[in-house]
Design a protein around this ligand. Structure first.
Ligand SMILES: NCc1[nH]cc(CCC(=O)O)c1CC(=O)O
Length: 303
């Protein structure tokens, strides 16, 4: 292995994440050479349509996965949140890196918190998960679709009549934008997306030597937590384009998973939780509880 090629999207956040992976690997294996290979994905090219309307899975991952399958890449770095719950044949997630702050944050243009916003104020987000939960919390607010990388979204906020935007804390912190955060949204207001805050490294299943290298980057309680969240998502067959939130934490070996499904108008919002040691079992358990509470009909309306 002369030169190990690390595929990444070319957005500033994706590059930060891939650089971080490269730096860690170089620290662990100073005798090996690592190279970043930036690529554009369909999700980076189509910017005028909400993700929920483009509707295909793997919008931010497919080009990188093709790179793995063609052997142009040895590994691909992704935001786990952007990865579909079922991977193409022959691929696997080799490492789940330690999770950064999983919650969402509110960035306001004028420093006004969500609670203090006047009726009719406009929030920028295209995410159905964020919109549904905000509508539930503040049915009197308005929304504007907002896509693109984090720089683009911040710029659009500054240039438009939007009052604020909701983003993942992890991305905001990685870009060094902590000072732009007006408030961290608590879980009862905004349950985060499956996998949010974790960086995942994908490889070809048969590349056992790469899998071994990456074992030093895997964070086992993050892995347990996000596997439970992804099991829930898989069972409900949601992608990033449905209003599902989930967050798991591991305490003394026990996975505690909380999940949420909401209707687009925010009128119906159901929550469930379960605890256990096996991620798949806990994920399925919470999904089944949500189904009992009506998740199937809420999600069917949206699809
Ligand atoms: N959908 C885009 C995306 N994918 C991952 C992150 C943030 C980083 C992370 O969750 O690890 C973001 C930006 C956002 O939602 O604010």
């Amino acid at each position: 292995m002369k030169n190990i090629r690390i595929g990444t999207r070319d957005s500033q956040l994706a590059m930060w994440q891939a650089e971080w992976v490269k730096r860690k690997l170089t620290e662990f294996y100073p005798h090996l050479q690592f190279e970043l290979v930036p690529m554009k994905t369909k999700g980076d090219k189509i910017l005028d349509v909400p993700l929920s309307k483009i509707g295909d899975k793997g919008l931010f991952t497919k080009e990188l996965e093709n790179g793995l399958l063609n052997c142009e890449l040895d590994m691909a770095v992704h935001s786990l949140k952007d990865m579909p719950t079922l991977l193409p044949m022959g691929l696997m997630i080799s490492a789940f890196c330690e999770r950064e702050e999983p919650r969402d944050v509110y960035l306001s243009k004028n420093g006004v918190s969500l609670e203090e916003l006047p009726s009719g104020a406009i929030i920028g987000t295209s995410s159905l998960r964020r919109k549904s939960q905000l509508r539930h919390y503040r049915p009197d607010l308005g929304f504007m679709d907002l896509r693109g990388n984090l720089q683009t979204r911040w710029k659009k906020l500054e240039e438009s009549e939007m009052e604020g935007i909701v983003l993942a804390a992890a991305g905001v912190k990685r870009l060094g934008w902590e000072d732009r955060i007006t408030q961290i949204l608590p879980e009862n207001v905004m349950l985060s997306a499956v996998g949010q805050g974790s960086i995942a490294i994908e490889i070809l299943e048969k590349r056992t030597e790469i899998h071994e290298l990456l074992s030093l980057l895997n964070h086992s309680s993050t892995e347990q937590a996000v596997r439970a969240e992804r099991a829930l998502m898989r069972k409900l067959e949601g992608g990033c384009q449905v209003p599902i939130g989930a967050f798991a934490e591991v305490l003394e070996g026990q996975i505690i998973l909380r999940g949420m499904v909401a209707s687009l108008d925010g009128v119906r919002l159901i929550r469930a939780e379960a605890t256990g040691r096996d991620p798949e079992t806990v994920g399925n358990e919470v999904a089944n509880r949500l189904i009992t509470l009506g998740a199937t009909s809420i999600l069917a309306e949206i699809r």
